[in-house]
Design a binder for this molecule. Structure first.
Ligand code: ZN
Ligand code: ZN
Length: 176
């Protein structure tokens, strides 16, 4: 016989580090950036609607082609042009899977470049959230003209809080 259902007040509050939605999606963008294939830039982008992740992207080479990390950057006018930027890759990933982006929010590790800003606007992104800036970008001007909200938030902690030992029903693989 099991015990009667009961309320266990293990802790009165969630941990202080429990992220709000914006922080959560920015952290996901930071995580996506870990997949970047170019040493000149690590950027991540997460496209979200109704707190639901529609698509993710990082700056990376075209599918099936060599990475900058393996063959070196392809530099034109002091920019590496081998990769698609994170925002473009997130949009392309959505297109591949038939995912409409109108009304979505873009969480990006940095201010989009001019080209990515225009693409985000054209696919219907209505809000862009960033935690760092980018050089030589007309993004702000284009966002303003198109009525896209731009929110600059504090960079979230890069730490991931997961303490396997504190969860009574979870066991590491190496434990008997
Ligand atoms: Zn590169
Ligand atoms: Zn870009």
């Amino acid at each position: 016989m099991g015990s009667e259902p009961h309320i266990e007040r293990k802790a009165a509050h969630a941990p202080a580090w429990r992220p709000d939605w914006d922080t959560y999606f920015l952290k996901l963008a930071m995580l996506a950036s870990e997949r970047a294939t170019c040493p000149r830039m690590h950027c991540g982008c997460v496209l979200v609607k109704d707190n639901h992740v529609l698509s993710t992207g990082y700056n990376g080479s075209l599918p099936g082609t060599p990475h900058c990390y393996d063959v070196g950057c392809l530099v034109v006018d002091n920019h590496c042009v081998r990769t698609n930027h994170a925002e473009i890759n997130a949009i392309c990933q959505a297109a591949r899977h038939g995912q409409a982006l109108a009304g979505a929010t873009a969480y990006v590790t940095n201010l989009p470049c001019t080209a990515c800003a225009k693409a985000l606007i054209a696919v219907g992104i209505v809000r862009v959230v960033i935690f760092s800036d980018y050089h030589d970008s007309l993004a702000e001007q284009f966002f303003q003209e198109s009525g896209v909200a731009l929110d600059r938030l504090k960079m979230p902690s890069a730490e991931i809080h997961y303490d396997l030992s504190s969860f009574s029903s979870a066991r590491p693989f190496d434990e008997e």
